[in-house]
Structure formats: structure tokens, C-alpha cells
Write a protein that binds this ligand. Structure first.
Ligand code: NAI
Ligand code: MG
Length: 488
């Protein structure tokens, strides 16, 4: 009966185990990747991307202007003339080659992802990069089977896809966007996020080494204005966006009334529901993964925890103990669980929301932990005594902050879980199979995980509804937004 005699966690000291960075070679300055080459931007403007764990600059990248976006879209349009007509089995060969090269260079890409974005190396290495390669392999497999994927119709590519991605999973979001678009026969202009452009630029170079025809993949770096120029460009047939709900709404307005297709993958405030019969130790790990994976910079993060009242005190105690064993710090250290917050702006946003939680009367818990002196860091945080109306229960924090609430009955769990404008994901923990199905029927979320959390597979569609957006990425469904002539 360990619970009758709570044991303080044993403090292990870890010897630093830093991943080497010498396999990454960076230029001082990058142009825009257009038509298979780096080109100086017509805008003549550049942005600096920093390492959020040290605040040191890594490289300068071009800030694409209207003319630059136009050049990239024209290059993609020209390339579409041949790429769009290539037999699927030929397109597949390129995609398989890219997938294999990504596997071969996975360590280099993982280190670069960690340097530019701040995520722990063990996540970049064990989650992001393996999934990136898996997506390219998966969609390579569909490229020559589109008529089997959608029998009885003749699926055709749309043309040029404009794709805008965020900073939380830079390479993975690139893979989710680029792999299905190319498999379906489209060409792309991709705009990475301003704080994490470097892996996309390394990917651009990799496509050249894979002999991908120039113009099939174009990478235009820049910030919001560059993204807006891509959305506005009349030569783009489809916009795919992942990012904030606020920007998603702007894009929806800009695209309304044009023939452009649109998919939006936006924010979330996912409920994570723990029933009293749940396997408690596993559920604790699920909750930890659900909110602290990637510093909580995850659209599907399990940021609202609902624990059945009968086990709530015991569960929260265990959770606090587990929190005190998380290692926060240098993202390049292989022992690190929680790395750097992606940018000072995001750190300010997290800090402001956490302050609102305290002011509104919730009770904060943070384990004792020393944050590095430099860089952007935030300690893992729990709130108890949270009410439904608190901002920390309603707004997406996108940081390592969990809001804990309780419930008594399954009906109450459903009602509270669905009390959100979002609808991206949800988690349920119970040993009762029938209750899992009952909950999955009632939770308003695109993805429901049962007795696990944050499981991703290229064969499984992902996406939301309500303010979390529309359209699916992954699986056979993920081809649909890139095809014409397919009933949807
Ligand atoms: P954001 O939505 O501004 O950035 C996402 C991407 O959109 C970036 O590439 C950005 O350059 C681009 N962008 C910005 N304004 C644009 C415009 N008007 N037209 C076209 N593209 C534009 O997200 P931000 O400001 O970095 O983060 C703010 C909050 O959004 C976060 O705190 C988080 O709550 C949420 N967010 C959610 C994400 C998700 O995956 N659901 C990803 C990133 C942020
Ligand atoms: Mg950066």
C-alpha cells in the first residue's frame, strides 16, 4: 500500500549527455528555394532565426515579399505541367527516395529541429523524424494507387498547393503537407514558420539531391505577411494551413469567394478524462505525455484534465510527484524531458495566461526545478481548483500547463469535456471497453484516444471540427484535399 506511506521521489543526478551538433552545417544566410535553387529575395529583406535554448542567432533567412511569392507560384505552375502528368509509379519513386534519404539523415535533421525550435532531442529523434519518414513512405505507396483509393472515379491533381505551417512540429507538418500533395500529383509552395525555417531549407536541399524536378517543391520563408501573400495569390489552387484559430479565420475570409480549396488545422483545448477504474500508473504517464510532450506546444495537447472525484486526490498527488521528476533544460541533452519554449512571444503568452489562472483563484503547483539562466523556459505547471469559466480552462495556452477539474458521473464528464469552442482531440482512460465506445460517441473531437494519448500514424486521419478547423490529414482521407473529381 504505497499510497498510505507516500515516498518522496528519489532524486537521481544525471551526467550531461549532449547530442553532438557537428553533423549540422548551416549557411550564414539562406535565400528562397525556388525552381530548385536558392535565390536572393526580391524583397531584399532577411529575418534571423535563433536557438530558443540559448537566444543565439543560427542563420538569416529571406523574408519573401509579394514578388518572391509570385516567382515561387509561377515555378510551381510550370513544374505542374510535367509533374502532374507523370505516371503515379514515377512520382512514387521520388517519394520513396526522399523517405529513404530522410531516414539516412534523420540524426542531422533531428539535431537541426532541436537547435532551431527548442524541442528535446529525444523527441525530435524518436518521434518527429521517424514519423516524417513514415509519412513519405506511406504516401509514396498511394501515388500509383489513386484509382484504387477512390474506385469508380478518375482522381486528378488540383495544381499548385500553397501550404503554411507552424513552429511546433516544423518537419512533421512539412511532411503532412508535402507528401500527400506530391503523391496526388500537385506541386507546392510551402511557407515555414518564422522561428523554425531551417529544417524546411535543409529539406529543400535534400529534394535536389533526390533529383526531384525543379519547381515541384518551393520553400518561401518569411512571417505572416509572406503567408498572406501566398493565400492571396491567384495562381494557387489550394491552401492548406496549420496554425492559430485567429489566423485560420483570416485565411478563410481571404479565400471565400475564390475557387481555392481550403483545409484548416487549428487550435485545441483537449479534454483528458480519467475514470475511477483507470489503470492509474499508465494514466499518469498518459497525462504527462498529453500535456508536457513538446513543452505543450501541441494542438492536440490534453490540456484540460477531468478526474473522477472518487480518485481525484490520490491521482493529483501522484501527478505532482511525477512532475517533480521531469527534467527541464538543455534540449540537446538526451535526458531532457522539457526543452525550451519556442519564442519570447510564446513565453509571454504562457506567463500571462498562468497569471490569469492565479488571479482568477485557481491553485498553482510547480515542482522545484532550476531553469537555465539563458533561453526561454517555463516550469511544468498544474492548476487545481479550476472552474469551467477560467481562462485557463477555455483558452489554448500552448505551453506546459495543465488545468485540472473533477466530475462525478460519465454524463457530467461528457458535458464538461465538450464545453469548448474547439474539437480536435480527446483522451479517455477506463478499463471498461463499453464506456470507451460510449464516450467516443459523445465527445466532440476529431480524434479520441483510449488508454493512450498522442498516438500518430500516417495511416490514421487527423483533424478537427468547430474552431479546430476542417479537413483531414493522414490516411486515405489525407489525399482528398489534393484531388479533383473525387466525391467528398
Ligand atoms: P500563427 O497562426 O500566427 O502562425 C502559424 C503560421 O501562419 C506561421 O507560418 C505564420 O507565419 C503564418 N501566418 C501568420 N499570419 C498569417 C496570415 N495573416 N496569413 C497567412 N499566414 C500567416 O501562430 P503564432 O502567432 O505563431 O502562435 C499564436 C498561437 O497560436 C499559439 O500561442 C497557439 O495557441 C496557436 N498555435 C496553434 C498551432 C496549432 O498547431 N494548432 C500552431 C501554432 C500556433
Ligand atoms: Mg529558431
Amino acid at each position: 500500500m504505497a499510497d498510505a506511506h507516500p515516498v518522496e521521489p528519489v532524486e537521481f543526478t544525471y551526467v550531461p549527455s549532449r547530442e553532438a551538433t557537428d553533423l549540422v552545417s548551416l549557411r550564414d544566410r539562406y535565400g528562397l528555394w525556388i525552381d530548385g535553387k536558392f535565390r536572393a529575395p526580391a524583397s531584399k529583406r532577411f529575418l534571423t532565426t535563433v536557438n530558443p535554448a540559448t537566444e543565439e542567432p543560427l542563420a538569416e533567412v529571406a523574408e519573401g515579399g509579394e514578388r518572391d511569392v509570385d516567382r515561387a507560384v509561377r515555378a510551381a505552375r510550370r513544374a505542374f505541367e510535367t509533374w502532374g502528368r507523370l505516371p503515379g509509379k514515377e512520382r512514387a519513386k521520388y517519394l520513396y527516395r526522399i523517405a529513404r534519404m530522410l531516414q539516412e539523415r534523420a540524426r542531422e535533421f533531428a539535431v537541426l529541429e532541436t537547435l532551431d525550435g527548442g524541442k528535446p532531442i529525444k523527441e525530435a529523434r524518436d518521434v518527429d523524424l521517424p514519423l516524417v519518414a513514415a509519412h513519405f513512405f506511406y504516401y509514396a505507396g498511394w501515388a500509383d494507387k489513386l484509382e484504387y483509393a477512390f474506385p469508380g472515379v478518375r482522381p486528378a491533381p488540383l495544381g499548385v498547393a500553397g501550404q503554411i505551417i507552424p513552429w511546433n512540429f516544423p518537419m512533421l507538418m512539412l511532411a503532412w503537407k508535402v507528401a500527400p500533395a506530391l503523391a496526388a500529383g500537385n506541386t507546392v509552395v510551402l511557407k515555414p514558420a518564422e522561428t523554425t525555417p531551417l529544417t524546411a531549407l535543409a529539406f529543400a536541399q535534400l529534394t535536389a539531391e533526390a533529383d526531384l524536378p525543379p519547381g515541384v517543391v518551393n520553400i518561401v520563408t518569411g512571417a505572416g505577411e509572406t503567408g498572406a501573400a501566398l493565400v492571396r495569390h491567384p495562381g494557387v489552387d489550394k491552401i492548406a494551413f496549420t496554425g492559430s484559430t485567429a489566423v485560420g479565420k483570416l485565411i478563410q475570409k481571404a479565400v471565400a469567394g475564390t475557387p481555392k480549396r481550403l483545409t484548416l488545422e487549428l487550435g485545441g483545448k483537449a479534454p483528458h478524462v480519467i475514470f475511477e477504474d483507470a489503470p492509474v500508473d499508465q494514466a499518469i504517464e498518459g497525462v504527462i505525455n498529453g500535456i508536457f510532450f513538446n513543452q505543450g506546444h501541441v494542438c492536440c495537447a490534453g490540456s484540460r484534465l477531468f478526474v473522477q472525484e472518487s480518485i481525484a486526490d490520490r491521482f493529483v498527488d501522484k501527478l505532482k510527484r511525477r512532475l517533480s521528476t521531469l527534467r527541464v533544460g538543455d534540449p540537446l541533452d538526451k535526458n531532457t524531458d522539457i526543452g525550451a519554449i519556442n519564442s519570447p512571444e510564446q513565453l509571454d503568452k504562457i506567463t500571462e495566461l498562468v497569471e490569469s489562472g492565479i488571479e482568477e483563484g485557481a491553485e498553482i503547483y510547480q515542482p522545484a526545478c532550476r531553469l537555465p539562466d539563458r533561453g526561454y523556459f517555463f516550469a511544468p505547471t498544474l492548476f487545481t481548483g479550476v472552474s469551467q469559466s477560467h481562462r485557463i480552462a477555455q483558452e489554448e495556452i500552448f505551453g506546459p500547463v495543465l488545468s485540472i477539474m473533477t466530475f462525478r458521473t460519465p454524463d457530467e464528464a461528457v458535458e464538461k469535456a465538450n464545453n469548448t469552442p474547439y474539437g480536435l482531440s480527446a483522451g479517455v482512460w477506463t478499463t471498461k471497453g463499453s464506456r470507451i465506445l460510449w464516450m467516443a460517441d459523445r465527445l466532440k473531437a476529431g480524434v479520441v484516444w483510449a488508454n493512450t494519448y498522442n498516438k500518430f500514424d500516417p495511416a490514421s486521419p487527423f483533424g478537427g471540427y468547430q474552431e479546430s478547423g476542417f479537413g483531414r490529414e493522414g490516411g486515405r482521407h489525407g489525399l482528398l484535399p489534393y484531388l479533383e473529381g473525387v466525391p467528398r
